[in-house]
Design a protein around this ligand. Structure first.
Ligand code: OGA
Ligand code: NI
Length: 205
């Protein structure tokens, strides 16, 4: 194995070990800063072009109900994207899936990811990521794209592990958070100072 491959396997191992120990894995160096910057630029372009939209909105009534729960606008990343930064992102997630399937006997078959943009004051109330009607989502991976995020900017992700206390995670650029979609309750708090950007990904079987 080359140095890069060893480094990557160590990153995968750390995430998996923390998931086992704490119900949540965190990595702050999963992607290079240039990849994070490229993904952030992509999202800024999408937002400027009006291509970010409220999630799963059927009609006005749904919108009103939904907006009490979540305020983010999203854009799905296409399968096998040709965008260089999305390609780096998808390929590494793909290798992580292979690693999980090989070492943990998970049977992940696909991944779906979207950019998420929260305006100042935007939030996502406490929820789990697996739907009652559709149980395909097994693991959640959130990657933050925010530059120079500070404690006082808020916008924390709170997670509520079953066997330990609530934990508050700052959405620092480059930080990646990994947890089980069917178990981990979590919540996005509003920032009163800044917009908040992330990519949310679900590993599915
Ligand atoms: C989600 C979610 C967390 C975050 O999109 O389901 O919980 O910190 N996102 O952006
Ligand atoms: Ni969620």
């Amino acid at each position: 194995m080359g140095d890069e491959e060893i480094k990557e396997h160590n990153q995968f191992e750390k995430l998996i070990q923390e998931l086992i120990d704490n119900e949540c894995g965190i990595s702050d160096d999963f992607f290079l800063p240039e990849t994070i910057a490229g993904l952030r630029d992509n999202m800024t372009q999408l937002h400027k072009a009006g291509k970010m939209d409220y999630a799963g909105i059927g009609n006005k009534q749904d919108f009103q109900k939904n907006s009490l729960i979540r305020g983010d606008k999203i854009n799905w990343i296409v399968y096998q994207s040709q965008n260089p930064y999305e390609e780096v992102y998808q390929k590494k997630v793909g290798r992580f899936i292979d690693y999980l399937n090989k070492t943990c006997f998970t049977s992940i078959k696909s991944a779906e990811s979207h950019y998420a943009h929260y305006e100042v004051g935007g939030f996502y109330k406490k929820h789990i990521d697996q739907f009652k009607s559709e149980k395909g989502r097994k693991f959640s991976i959130v990657l933050y794209l925010n530059e120079n995020w500070k404690q006082e900017d808020g916008g924390m992700l709170s997670i509520y592990p079953q066997k330990s206390e609530q934990k508050d995670i700052l959405p620092l650029g480059g930080r990646l958070v990994f947890f089980r979609s069917d178990e981990m309750e979590h919540e996005v708090h509003p920032s009163s100072t800044r917009q908040r950007c992330s990519i949310a990904c679900w590993l599915k079987n």
